[in-house]
Ligand binder design. Structure first.
Ligand code: 7PJ
Length: 277
């Protein structure tokens, strides 16, 4: 099946003929230092603008960490973090804004505040999420996850990880289509690190072509993830080179969007790929 390369998201139509770089913007709790207070909103906006200057094609704004074992953030706190950031960025940037959330209430508020894409690690399985996206014009990224973030890395288990991830993503895409969300608005993501061992993650990269058979553009997120640490050693901030290799391999294998922390380095790496492909 051929993949639609004109991705419709909010007021944007994104041409995926050339792969795109999604820059990660984490809105963390306000920090305090010698009586001074650094607003998480100001810091996130500043970081987002830096990523756009480095060449980010999309910004992904998140207010709750979903890393393995991370504690959930309350609805009110998540709204307090992400809504003002989206309100500012939608006025001052010309790139699509994605909201990284699984909470329907956050999706609704984010769309109102200017988000163009709902990026959901739960693939719109929360009650009401499908309807909110269907009743808007935003794009959606449907991600696979086994279990929930608090416990997903305890004992991930599959008979065939590629077959099972593919089946899950096909079912979630069908649910979207049944709710009237057209194909042009849907991205799929295997969900690296979300209830997967190193072997599972590697098998999914090796068989990305199998997921492409579903006919949707693929987004992949491997930036700084522990699977890279398992391969090269080192902590999170020592995974840049491994991450670049992962983005390059993913794009050569057909991914259309890479979700990364290190935008400038990734943009350069993908320019080299583009020059020779
Ligand atoms: C992903 C994500 C990913 C999508 C996170 C981290 C964990 N959204 N949100 N895909 N990962 N679509 O960045 O380490 O892989 S949060």
């Amino acid at each position: 099946m051929s993949i639609n390369l004109q991705y419709h998201c909010g007021k944007f139509q994104l041409d995926l003929t050339r792969p795109k770089v999604m820059g990660i913007v984490n809105v963390t709790p306000d920090s305090f230092s010698d009586g001074g207070r650094y607003s998480s909103v100001d810091l996130a906006v500043e970081h987002a603008l830096q990523l756009v200057a480095e060449g980010a094609d999309i910004l992904d704004i998140g207010g709750e960490s979903t890393r393995p074992g991370a504690e959930p953030v309350s609805l009110d706190e998540e709204l307090r973090r992400v809504v003002p950031v989206l309100e500012v960025l939608s006025k001052v940037t010309a790139v699509p804004l994605s909201i990284d959330t699984y909470k329907p209430e956050v999706m609704q508020a984010a769309i109102q505040a200017g988000a163009d894409i709902v990026n959901d690690i739960c693939a719109l399985r929360e009650e009401g999420a499908l309807e909110i996206v269907a009743n808007s014009n935003v794009g959606v990224c449907l991600m696979h996850m086994q279990g929930v973030p608090q416990t997903m890395q305890i004992n991930p288990s599959y008979t065939d990880v590629v077959v099972e991830v593919k089946k899950f993503l096909a079912d979630r895409a069908d649910a979207c289509l049944a709710h009237g969300i057209v194909r042009e608005r849907i991205l799929l993501d295997p969900g690296f690190g979300f209830g997967k061992t190193t072997a599972h993650n590697i098998a999914l990269i090796q068989h990305l072509d199998s997921l492409l058979e579903l006919g949707f553009p693929l987004l992949v997120g491997l930036s700084r993830k522990s699977v890279l640490g398992k391969i090269v050693g080192g902590d999170e901030l020592q995974r840049l080179h491994a991450g670049l290799a992962a983005s390059v391999v993913s794009v050569i294998k057909g991914a259309k969007i890479v979700r990364v922390h290190d935008v400038k380095a990734t943009v350069d790496a993908l320019k080299v790929v583009a020059a020779v492909m």
